[in-house]
Design a protein around this ligand. Structure first.
Ligand SMILES: [Zn+2]
Length: 451
């Protein structure tokens, strides 16, 4: 028994974590929709739940914790991206999944126990829809299948709103095919050139919410401990997952604890692809070490909004460089329970970081035990995963040439080409290449990467 406390959106309080079975802890976190490069806003959720996973492993043991993070590889956004980029859907989903994995590896996130893909669970999704129809909890209308909200009395419990508030407060898809505006799609027909699967309601594809109900049940059972995701998923996504699963299983609860991380903002506005104010993880990695990004993402409490800007990154970089002064390659086990206990209080990372600074100061004065404790505490939150030589090598790479310089050169080259001075344009390209920078002209923009 430990005293892990976690903020629970379902009860709207900080609750003591009581596992259903301490030998079978289950955590499900909504993963990426693989249609575009993951941005740092997505990265925040990945890193926050990676930390929670590490805490659960430390308490209950690795083999006793199952962490499921799905991959949404069928969705309207993916179809849209395929049309816009004129690329096959599987090419987009496999490329973006690879980038996602590369990003999570760089950010030193542990691999989840299961990473199921939606397209590999269509059969189970069709089965769940059939079961809901049979129970009169869903209805078919012109090849569409909708979940019947009026049959689920607890709808709105997670969002803490009644039906009227939900209709007026959210963007509800309007359709004459629905009985209630909040009824949501379980299955929709697919156009000829869109991905689709045969079903008794015609060729089509599942609604997004369904996959999480199906995959969480398959890997964790009908009731499990923790369900997580970004705050934007609370309604309608998570509310709909609860409606589907609980009504189908005639149960009161899907997950006991619903954990949501706050938004990552840019100039106080939520970072999102639809608003266009995003920075991809890959882009930030060109300028900063992954550990810097990890420190930045964990610097605020996970429930609070976090503003993403250069000051935050620079401060995190300074912190990392300072802390590496006391880096020890040897991993010496110490009693770090006091430091660890800070995280048991709802993953209080700001307080944990304050403690790391305190340990650093004591260790700097020559206290060997504190130095070991400091190293262990850094490793625990997923930093200090590169030795000094590797870090030095990277530093050389990241600081010899500044991005500002590269962008100026690219702009100069664009101007040279515009004015027909191809000789100068080529000269600039060769100059960048000499500095280890490769540029590529893509449609109407020029991109760069390290050689
Ligand atoms: Zn989900």
């Amino acid at each position: 028994m430990t005293n892990l406390q976690i903020s629970n959106s379902l009860t709207r309080s900080k609750d003591l974590f009581k596992p259903i079975d301490p030998k079978k802890i289950g955590m499900y976190v909504c993963g990426p929709t693989v249609y575009a490069d993951p941005h740092v806003g997505n990265g925040r959720s990945i890193v926050v739940f990676d930390l929670l996973y590490r805490v659960l492993i430390k308490i209950y043991g690795r083999t006793n914790v199952s962490y499921v993070r799905n991959i949404t590889d069928v969705d309207d956004k993916i179809i849209e991206a395929s049309k816009q980029l004129n690329l096959p859907i599987d090419k987009i989903t496999s490329d973006i999944t690879n980038i996602f994995h590369k990003n999570t590896k760089e950010l030193n996130c542990l691999t989840p126990t299961f990473e199921p893909k939606a397209t590999e669970h269509i059969k189970e999704m069709i089965e769940m829809i059939n079961s809901l129809i049979k129970k009169k909890l869903a209805y078919v209308n012109q090849g569409h299948v909708y979940f019947l909200i009026s049959e689920f009395k607890n709808y709105g419990k997670l969002a803490n709103k009644n039906l009227e508030e939900l209709v007026s407060g959210s963007r509800v898809e309007v359709s004459k095919l629905k009985k209630n505006p909040l009824d949501f799609i379980l299955w929709k027909p697919a156009l000829e050139d869109e991905p689709g699967w045969d079903s008794s309601w015609g060729r089509g594809r599942p609604g997004w919410h369904l996959e999480c109900s199906v995959m969480s049940e398959k890997y964790l059972g009908k009731k499990f401990d923790i369900h997580g995701g970004g705050l934007d998923l609370l309604f309608p996504h998570h509310e709909n997952e609860i409606a589907q699963s609980c009504s189908n299983n005639s149960s009161e609860v899907l997950a006991n604890y619903w954990v949501h991380n706050g938004f990552l903002t840019m100039k106080k506005e939520k970072m999102s692809k639809s608003l266009g104010n995003i920075e991809t993880i890959t882009e930030v990695l060109k300028r900063y070490n992954a550990q810097v990004i990890r420190i930045a993402l964990l610097s605020a409490h996970y429930k609070q909004p976090l503003d993403w800007n250069e000051t935050l990154l620079e401060q995190s970089k300074t912190t990392l460089e300072k802390w590496y002064e006391l880096y020890d390659e040897k991993e010496i086990k110490t009693d770090s329970s006091e430091t660890f206990s800070i995280l048991l209080d709802d993953l209080n990372t700001p307080k944990y970081f304050a403690k790391l600074h305190e340990l650093f100061n004591s260790a700097s004065k020559g206290n060997k035990n504190k130095k070991n404790e400091f190293n262990e505490a850094c490793r625990f939150i997923g930093i200090f995963n590169e030795n000094k030589a590797a870090l030095k090598e990277r530093k050389k790479l990241f600081s010899t040439i500044e991005e500002k310089y590269i962008l100026e050169k690219i702009e100069a080259r664009i101007q040279a080409r515009k004015s027909g001075n191809y000789k100068l344009a080529d000269k600039i390209r060769d100059e960048l290449l000499k500095n280890g920078i490769v540029i590529e002209d893509k449609q109407n923009k020029t991109e760069w990467k390290y050689k």
